[in-house]
Design a protein. Structure first.
Length: 552
């Protein structure tokens, strides 16, 4: 069985304190703008204004990971009205975008991509909960556009890139390519055939559509590199971008950037930046490619994902599960600030079938619903899946884990190592099942631990990490076809940890992290930097973490 994510108090209404200038939490020095001073510009309608107050609103995932408008008051409104496919955890989303008015009705629309690659468009009339006439109770459902969108690591909403009056879309490939999708004005076929307009975009750890940030009539893109420098790519027409120029430094203190918003309603597009404690800051744009000194945006928001965020949403896992010696389990979910909160009950309600489990792993989500799952060895040579069926041959596996999508189809895959050191990938079917195993290579028994959950390298693909008994840590970048590129040495010293686990993204920046338990039972976080390395470790759990027989 699986466990649903608990209701979390992720967002706190702090409008009064923030309006008074109170800064909540500790935040690094504010980024500096290197652009020109602000000047006047012609006012424009605020993009993604869902309540008609003349200011942009935010779209993201609510406390149950459902698609919702996240209001400034701390309230939220689910997108899709009464759509049970959203409410009932039957659907989760890996990419969310708010490109504007795609269908020409004057109201903003929302795009969402399922992990398996299906693109959906939600009507802008979010208050409508039915498709039928008066008295109808049928839920209002999204329009399915098509599949294959798992081929992209990100969707960007730059606004109008070809000056035809319709919003367009950019998509970033895992190889760093950039693709232009011109808007058509149709809700059922909203984009024309794609055109390649760039390469090398993997150099940035955050990339976002900025709307017409510089006021030249074309949509723009803003990107941040891992040194924290901010770059503006001005639109020049025809879906293309001009030469970049730097507009800021020291932006690495934020875990997410959001563009294409007019937060203060002055007609100029702004930037929002989220600090690690969830506080949103406003960098008001001047309409000419520059921004003013930061102010508080009036809310704190620790959601797992925003629409149009700059960092990749690391879908599938952001938690830890500990296996206790009495057969129970403890579940800790991420707060998106580098800390964890323990759920108050055994997530599997002491499933008697797992009481005798010899080895248990907490995988990345095995279906599109994003629910917590498990894989375990039943002690009789079978690897048991959440739906109860088994994979024979578990006795021959010295290790097994499911780090995410390794084969490029959007489904979580299984990695197993045989007792002889052979590594195999079993492709997931998206329904808690796996296909025939594919051989990766021999010699993997030189590692005492192999883990993974998400992207360590910054390209959006799933990677794995391995340690030797001597303490050397290596990253193996996933290629997206079930194989791995040559290993990358990270650092030594990992022999000091009795347990190593891949929790996914704990800091809310879309980069995969690692945690280790030392000999005294303390839990240490190593935040990933998106470039096959990790930031300085920090303690996130006091003594007691060595009480788990397994941690995954």
């Amino acid at each position: 069985m699986t466990a649903r994510r608990p209701l979390r108090l992720l967002r706190t209404a702090v409008a009064t304190a923030l309006a008074a200038g109170t800064v909540l939490g500790s935040v690094a020095v504010a980024p500096m703008s290197s652009a020109a001073p602000a000047t006047a510009a012609t006012a424009a309608k605020a993009p993604n204004d869902f309540d008609g107050d003349g200011r942009s609103d935010l779209v993201g995932l609510d406390s149950f990971d459902r698609l919702a408008v996240l209001w400034r008051t701390g309230a939220e409104t689910m997108i899709g009205g009464g759509d049970t496919q959203v409410r009932g955890f039957e659907v989760n989303y890996q990419k969310i975008a708010t490109p504007g008015d795609l269908d020409g009705d004057g109201l903003p629309d929302v795009l969402a991509v399922r992990p398996s690659g299906q693109l959906r468009i939600f009507s802008s009339r979010l208050h409508e909960t039915t498709d039928g006439g008066p008295g109808s109770t049928d839920p209002k459902s999204p329009t399915i556009i098509g599949g294959g969108w798992q081929a992209y690591s990100m969707l960007l909403t730059p606004g109008d890139l070809n000056a035809d009056g319709r919003p367009d879309l950019l998509a970033r490939g895992y190889d760093g390519s950039l693709w232009f999708y011109a808007g058509t004005g149709s809700a059922t076929a909203p984009f024309k055939a794609r055109v390649k307009v760039g390469t090398g975009w993997n150099m940035y750890d955050q990339t976002l559509g900025a709307g017409d940030f510089d006021g030249n009539g074309y949509g723009d893109v803003i990107a941040r590199d891992i040194q924290g420098r901010l770059w503006l790519y001005p639109g020049v027409g025809g879906g293309k971008l001009g030469a970049r120029h730097q507009i800021g430094t020291a932006w690495q203190s934020y875990n997410q950037l959001i563009g294409d918003v007019d937060w203060n309603g002055d007609g100029h597009l702004d930037l929002l930046a989220r600090a690690l404690d969830g506080t949103l800051y406003l960098y008001a744009g001047d309409g000419h490619g520059a921004y003013k000194a930061r102010t508080t945006a009036g809310m704190r928001e620790r959601t797992d994902a925003f629409a149009d965020q700059g960092g990749i949403y690391s879908w599938g896992k952001n938690n830890l599960v500990g296996h206790l010696t009495n057969g129970h389990f403890a579940w800790y979910y991420a707060n998106n600030d580098g800390t964890l909160t323990k759920y108050g009950a055994d997530p599997w309600n002491y499933d008697t079938g797992m009481a005798s489990a010899k080895r248990v792993t907490n995988p990345a989500a095995l279906t599109d619903n994003g629910q917590l799952g498990y894989l375990y060895d039943d002690g009789y040579g079978n690897l048991i899946l959440p739906h109860g069926s088994g994979i024979e041959g578990a006795r021959s596996y010295s290790l097994f884990f499911a780090p995410g999508d390794l084969t490029g189809d959007g489904n979580t895959d299984l990695v197993v190592r045989t007792t002889s050191g052979g590594l195999y990938v079993l492709p997931g079917d998206g329904n808690e099942g796996f296909g025939t195993k594919r051989y990766v290579g021999a010699g993997w028994n030189i590692y005492n631990r192999i883990v993974g959950a998400g992207d360590f390298t910054g390209d959006g693909r799933t990677d794995i990490a391995a340690t030797t008994p001597g303490g050397a840590l290596y990253i193996y970048p996933g290629r997206g076809d079930g194989t791995f590129a040559a290993r990358h040495y990270v650092c030594g010293g990992w022999q000091g940890y009795g347990k190593l686990a891949a929790p996914g993204d704990l800091t809310g920046d879309g980069k995969a992290d690692l945690v280790g338990v030392d000999s005294t039972g303390r839990l240490w976080l190593y935040p990933g930097n998106g470039a096959s390395a990790f930031g300085a470790r920090r303690e996130i759990g006091t003594a007691g973490w060595n009480g788990f027989s397994e941690l995954s």
